[in-house]
Design a protein around this ligand. Sequence first.
Ligand code: SAM
Length: 307
Amino acid sequence: MAVEFCLAPAHPFPYQGSKRKLAPFILRFIPKNTACLIEPFAGSAAISIAAAATGRAERFLLNDIHRPLIDLWWEILSRPRLLCEKYHRLWKEQKGQERLFYDKTRTRFNREHRPEDFLYLLARCVKAAVRYNGKGEFNNSPDNRRIGMHPAAMLRNIMGVSQLLSGLTDVRCDNYTTVLATAGEIDLVYMDPPYQGVCGTHNHRYHSGVDLHEFVESLAALNHRSVSYIISYDGRTGRKSHGRKLPRFLNLVHEEIFAGRSTQATLLGRKDETFESIYLSPALVQRLGKDFKHLPISSQPQLQLFA
Ligand SMILES: C[S@@+](CC[C@H](N)C(=O)[O-])C[C@H]1O[C@@H](n2cnc3c(N)ncnc32)[C@H](O)[C@@H]1O
């Protein structure tokens, strides 16, 4: 039975920028007859997971430029139980020496890039954020208030996601442009590039960033081939827009999803609300036909359920 709009499905690992909470709103724009759902900027693949849970697509393609992340995905899809056992061992070993153990694991990860070490670091680091220094070394600190997801919860999440996606999913580690070239008219591309604000600031091997000009050219090429796509692209807090809007000549339909009150504004005693922007391609709007509906205002408070 479809869980659409009831629950945000499990996530395989904590990941900054995950679209898990917004998934129920984005899902409604994914045609039910989608052959392959392609995520060129997969991260924790929240939209593919939600789409698989609700039977929206027959196959999935997860791509990300970050090699350790894709290696982790490979383990989740092919050897999930072994991965969880290794995580369990790390989680137990840290007991009583959490800070030191984190540092040792981070050093080993920077040397050997083991997927289980990466999973442990994601579970323990501040805001589940992937940060590298100029030498390409993971350098985020641990969140010392947390000891990482309990292994039982990790096992449940990873097994659940693996059951949903394995056998139906290909994983790739390429620049997004390479993957876009494979998309056809019966597919759906969901793109969630890094925030414009962070593009180009960490231009090393894992965070190539996305050049706006090149991105717009890629979108124009998709339009030319009548490919259906959805883009999550920045948004606004109150009247302040984050990042530049995508150009009008692409003929995209712009929707806003209410994402809650901004924490910073609340601290300053203001009531600014945050909206995430999504853009739909002309081919998608045409394909949805009479099923295409702008997000109703009534959908907004619902999001609080997922917070
Ligand atoms: C905002 S996150 C995506 C989050 C994802 N929607 C989720 O639900 O977890 C953006 C992702 O794009 C990846 N990325 C950055 N530059 C890229 C590029 N040029 N090609 C492919 N992936 C890229 C990053 O490694 C990161 O995982």
